[in-house]
Design a protein around this ligand. Structure first.
Ligand SMILES: Nc1ncnc2c1ncn2[C@@H]1O[C@H](COP(=O)(O)OP(=O)(O)OP(=O)(O)O)[C@@H](O)[C@H]1O
Length: 373
């Protein structure tokens, strides 16, 4: 069941929590609402659910306007971060609860309910815990039970609000994979609220980035990461290295640092954004860039070595980060305190008030030019 969010606005007193939000949530896909605290994610989710009313706009499920439909009649499953299970009911009874509470004519027979609960217990891989009480479960197990309970009435739509927010990093990662696998098997239309970029990028088919009650950008995780359309999305999705300066004589210059920008560019302030994997380090400046950086820290944990650097002879608000393979690290042996030079491979140039960046690729150096993609 697809969901259309048609120009939804919402104010709380004088505060505008949502501004004219328009969005398509595709059927059978997992969509993440991603944004900083206060950006309006939960408010939007609650309006879709029918737990909150909007000031204007409509919500459509499969093309049908459900704006005036009560939450009970929207046929939605919910999982919230603190959506506590009923303490006095066992796991199986918790899962059966939604079915037992249906009006008599919709309620399945007792044996059918038992069968459906058994299936759901298999699905969440906890059949052995059917008779336990919530207090006897781990946090991750509780959230699996909450998900089974949400799915028991076979909802058309599943809404999850920071469902793994209260769990530790390892359990969170396991549950993410598990939810993705479950989704691939059952294809319910899901919307998932998170402020964790990694979670959104790893789990979803489509990411909606929100800021100050508005949609900033919508795209698949890969496209969103590769082509952010605004400074906000760039900053919000992972670490970014920034050189702020002035474009002068086909170079972006600040203090002792410069990067070549072939092409006719007028003199103006500009910022070059580079992801950690879009820069490499060298012992000497390159023909197209001089970015002196002193190594501040080296972190060997993970599949890549992460090197933190501070600018030397120029300034940046944030520390610079460059990734290096373990092989490369062993070969080059960069150490704390040494002076190195950043060499950009691909960068994204923001200039003036123009919100969208221009991508610059220095691999086209063979033709002595950086190409704008
Ligand atoms: N019932 C309410 N009354 C007044 N203000 C509210 C109410 N609900 C939300 N807000 C305000 O609306 C804004 C958006 O809140 P919302 O919970 O949707 O944000 P969020 O993106 O989900 O944030 P978080 O990640 O912190 O949950 C916030 O500034 C919040 O204080």
């Amino acid at each position: 069941m697809s969901i259309t969010i048609d120009r939804i606005s919402k104010t709380f007193g004088r505060f505008q929590a949502l501004r004219d939000v328009a969005l398509e949530i595709p059927e059978g896909k997992l969509t993440a609402l991603l944004g900083p605290s206060g950006s309006g994610k939960t408010t939007l989710l609650r309006i879709i659910a029918g737990l909150e009313s909007s000031d204007s706009g409509r919500i459509l499920f499969g093309g049908e306007d459900v704006s005036s439909l009560h939450v009970r009649n929207r046929n939605i499953g919910f999982v919230f971060q603190h959506y506590a299970l009923f303490r006095h009911l066992t796991v199986a009874e918790n899962i059966a609860f939604g079915l037992e509470s249906l009006p008599r004519r919709q309620r399945p027979s007792k044996p059918e309910i038992r069968q459906r609960v058994a299936k759901l217990l298999e699905m969440i891989q906890l059949p052995q815990l059917a008779d336990r009480y919530p207090a006897q479960l781990s946090g991750g197990q509780k959230q699996r039970v909450a998900l089974a309970r949400a799915l028991a009435t076979q909802p058309r739509i599943l809404l999850l609000d920071e469902p793994f927010g209260a769990l530790d990093a390892k359990v969170r990662k396991d549950l993410r994979r598990w939810l993705r696998a479950l989704h691939d098997e059952f294809h319910f239309t899901s919307i998932f609220v998170t402020h964790d970029q990694e979670e959104a990028l790893e789990l979803s088919d489509q990411v909606v980035v929100m800021s100050q009650g508005q949609v900033e950008q919508v795209n698949t995780p890969t496209e969103l990461y590769a082509k952010p359309e605004s400074r906000f999305v760039f900053d919000f999705l992972g670490h970014v290295n920034v050189l702020s300066g002035v474009v002068r004589g086909q170079k972006l210059v600040q203090g002792d640092a410069w990067v070549s920008l072939p092409g006719n560019r007028s003199e103006q302030e500009a910022q070059l954004y580079l992801r950690p994997h879009e820069v490499h380090l060298a012992r000497a400046p390159d023909a197209h860039a001089r970015l002196p950086l002193r190594i501040d820290a080296v972190s060997l944990i993970g599949s890549e070595v992460r090197i933190e650097l501070v600018p030397e002879g120029w300034q940046s608000n944030e520390i610079w980060e460059v990734g290096m393979s373990h092989n490369e690290f062993a070969r080059q042996n960069p150490s704390r305190g040494e002076l190195w030079y950043g060499v950009p491979d691909i960068g994204h140039l923001f200039s003036g008030d123009n919100g969208q960046p221009k991508t610059v690729d220095w691999h086209c150096r063979d033709v002595a030019k950086a190409c704008n993609i």
